[in-house]
Design a protein around this ligand. Structure first.
Ligand SMILES: Nc1nc2c(c(=O)[nH]1)N[C@@H](CN(C=O)c1ccc(C(=O)N[C@@H](CCC(=O)O)C(=O)O)cc1)CN2
Length: 289
């Protein structure tokens, strides 16, 4: 448990057109309600017609009981005045997460292992897979495993089953090398963010088989990219990336092995940062505090 996960710790994440007085107004509101700012990070895309972003973590005695009142205070004193989008969360309230996987295990197992160690501030509600291969591994962590086969003839029905499992029950979906393209309907209906790990340093090598493409191109670096999922395959807002050096002597199998370590680390960092409300989407990009 990190320092932020104590009770009575609130997180306020805001986004609004940049203008005078935002930081003062946020600080004044927190002061007026008896809060004490622990960390405050901010960024503006520019003083001329820019967009302002801020993540404030503050201690507020009795926040759990006062959350609704604080929400209304923010609405009335900040959101209306600054045309602000915001969300107010409790640091000790873990996100409910569903993980989707196929046959490849390293990203899934890394998330389960880090979660069991207490390194990921989330509750894993379930693992869903289109293959049965990983069931025993998942159940060993005491987590529900739902095998929902998917093929080109049953994709709509499978996604309908997914939505029944997810709607209103999770705050985040993580694709841990889940090898099915999600339909626009599913993306519109699921109602929560989806994070995917792509096994290349995007925008290079979008789509299937990136390690073969990397070998064919003779790259000296391979990488992995965690991004939010959109209708445009592997083109959603990037959350985290990393790379590793490779050489001409490495075949695709070796690239795949080297790449797996990068994929695991990148996905886990992205999931952790999302669960800590550190990631703000801004068009096709993200701000990560
Ligand atoms: N709507 C989106 N869905 C998914 C995304 C995304 O960005 N938007 N990312 C992919 C992950 N992915 C690469 O990282 C990927 C997965 C699967 C495929 C693909 O061609 N799948 C085939 C089926 C393959 C199979 O059955 O083995 C398909 O869905 O028809 C390409 C890229 C996850 N989903």
């Amino acid at each position: 448990m990190n320092s932020e996960q104590r009770p009575d710790i609130a997180r306020l994440v805001i986004s609004c057109p940049d203008q005078h007085g935002i930081v003062a107004a946020v600080s004044e509101l927190i002061f007026d309600i008896g809060g004490n700012i622990i960390t405050l990070d901010q960024y503006s895309t520019g003083v001329e017609n820019g967009q302002f972003f801020q993540r404030t973590v503050f201690h507020l005695p009795g926040f759990a009981q006062r959350r609704q009142t604080v929400q209304q205070e923010v609405e009335e004193r900040l959101a209306k005045r600054f045309s602000m989008e915001f969300h107010l969360t409790a640091a000790d309230e873990p996100k409910r997460v569903a993980i989707f996987a196929s046959k490849t295990d390293h990203c899934l197992l890394d998330l389960l292992w880090r979660h069991r160690r207490g390194d990921l501030p989330m509750d894993i509600s379930m693992v869903v897979s289109n293959h049965p291969d990983l069931e025993s591994d998942v159940r060993r962590f005491g987590i529900d495993f739902l095998h929902i086969p998917v093929d080109r003839d049953n994709k709509d029905a499978a996604e309908a089953e997914h939505l029944k499992l997810l709607r209103g029950k999770v705050d985040l979906v993580v694709l841990a090398r889940y090898m099915q393209i999600l339909s626009p309907y599913f993306l519109a209906e699921v109602g929560v963010p989806i994070i995917n790990i792509h096994h290349s340093f995007l925008p290079a090598f979008i789509g299937a088989g990136p390690y073969q493409k990397a070998k064919d191109r003779g790259v000296k670096l391979i990488g992995a990219t965690a991004h939010y999922v959109t209708e445009d395959l592997d083109e959603g807002p990037i959350i985290e990336q990393d790379v590793i050096r490779v050489s001409h002597a490495d075949d695709v199998a070796q690239l795949t092995r080297f790449g797996a370590d990068v994929e695991r680390a990148v996905l886990s960092r992205a999931v952790k940062w999302h669960c800590e409300d550190r990631v703000i989407r801004h068009g096709s990009t993200t701000i990560v505090f």
